[in-house]
Design a protein around this ligand. Sequence first.
Ligand SMILES: C[S@@+](CC[C@H](N)C(=O)[O-])C[C@H]1O[C@@H](n2cnc3c(N)ncnc32)[C@H](O)[C@@H]1O
Length: 225
Amino acid sequence: MSATAASPATSATVQEFVRAKTRLAPVPFVDEIRLHQAAEAIALWEETETAQGKAGLAPPFWGFAWPGGQAVARYVLDHPGTVAGRAVLDLAAGSGLVAVAAALRGATTVTAVEIDPYAIAAIELNSTANGVTVDAHCADLLDGDAAPAEVVLAGDVFYERAMAQRVLPFLERAHARGALVLVGDPGRAYLPRERFTEVASYQVTVAADLEDRPVKTSVVWRLSS
Ligand SMILES: C[S@@+](CC[C@H](N)C(=O)[O-])C[C@H]1O[C@@H](n2cnc3c(N)ncnc32)[C@H](O)[C@@H]1O
């Protein structure tokens, strides 16, 4: 496996911001993987809120390993056959945790898609830190069908209504053309459970500052026919 992320697209300034605001540390529930994680969670969140509109900063989702992503990454690491030898897409990748897990377990190609350039910088840094290649792609693909991915992985994507309303049809189109679709979710309000079958359930340590409990049940769901 070669080192470094495939895309050098992010500017040095953005990468430097991500590096300055984070510490490289193992993910509690996925400790084979080290991520650049927010050093001061609340301060970083407030800083990006203050800067929104001025510098166009989105919330720093990239600074955290969200419980849904931790569950999918754990599942992939423990069930390498899910991704080995296959083309994988990590939708709404944030830090790139799930993408890194797929690359570590032998996916042929791993694409991590995000709309936030700061997340792209984090994915590049995190891929490099874990010695894997991930193609970090800054785009909104939700009107497509995830082709040519054979496996679509998504951690914590049902956290708001507008996003959920676009994500489900996207995942259904991917499923309809034969892709395996796995979603990690800690009980977010907009998960359409009736469309999914549970494949694993974990107790995941989460960022206490951002969630209502220090440990959450996070489920890996497979999109059903
Ligand atoms: C709660 S975070 C989850 C991050 C990661 N999957 C994890 O579990 O740690 C949700 C992410 O969705 C990204 N996002 C929102 N809309 C998106 C879209 N249309 N396409 C790609 N990513 C999107 C956000 O930028 C954010 O990083």
